[in-house]
Design a protein around this ligand. Sequence first.
Ligand code: F6P
Length: 356
Amino acid sequence: MRIGVLTSGGDCAGLNAVIRAVVLRAVRGYGFEVYGIHEATHGLLQRPVAATRLSPESVKGILYKGGTILRTTNRGNPFAYPQPDGSLLDRSEEVIEGYRMLGLDALIGVGGDGSLAILRRLAEQGGWNLVGVPKTIDNDLGHTERAVGFSTAVVVATEALDRLHVTAASHNRVMVLEVMGRDAGHIALTAGLAGGADVILIPEIPYDMARVCAKVEERRRMGRNFSLIVVAESVRSTSGEVATYVDAHGQSRYGGIGRVIADEVARRTGAETRVTVLGHVQRGGSPTPLDRLLGSAFGVAAVDLVSAGRFDRMVAWQNRRVVDVPLAEACAGFRAVDPNDALVHTARGLGISFGD
Ligand code: F6P
């Protein structure tokens, strides 16, 4: 059997652990051939197809490395591929042809909801045998409690809060940390709790600026002249305000809410405020032990699914074990923070404000 593996969408820590596990399980466990496709579906558009035969030798020493040895992209949807004149072209048949040219019997796609949905559409159209592996620092994929990359992002954000804590205390400042997560507040909530934030703002709970400032003032009355606010990039106020900007390619992106919050807190409370935007630091660097473990478990389980001929499935983490779920359901089932979640309850119990 000849299988392909690709990483798609935004990178994160732990992707190399998946690739390594796929190769070790497939080659040593089943005697399969493995081809690593370069830069997601872009590799399948190249002629000759951009792919490399992977062996246990070629994945030696990558477990602890960030990024992806196969590279990736979160641009260039083959169903609406941007042309130099700004128009969009359907290049899906070329990608499907690339799979055939490689002579693949199955493909393991590592991605988030968007990229797995695109791969699934290609698989349906081209008759591919596809197995999905969930990765995203946002941790928002349906049917899995964890996706590869989330743990590392949380550790990075927690460490940032630890560092901001001491400098906030030294200067009597209100420090605002803006974290990623797209439309989900998992990183902000988890790191905020672990890092001892005083205010956690997440998109699932609209905030009221007056409430945020009330928390800062309350701490002052208690003799604490500094505060830590962690804010997810896509939060919205009770009146619906969000912070987005249009980049040089004309794409609307989240970013800038940290500055909005910091300026408003300074204006309303007179506090000295500073902003840190953590950005892609959350995606790079060495994966945590948990992301290495999850990536390894997912990689092995994905190959086992291929060997069993069980396609159109995604490996998932539920109740401390790997299971598999219908890929379509996982892609469609966006998993936001439940405002009644146990972690939200814990945070409220600690006196942390959600600005509501
Ligand atoms: O989905 C992962 C993610 O890092 C989001 O948290 C963030 O909004 C987005 O990707 C950033 O994308 P890009 O790498 O294109 O800047």
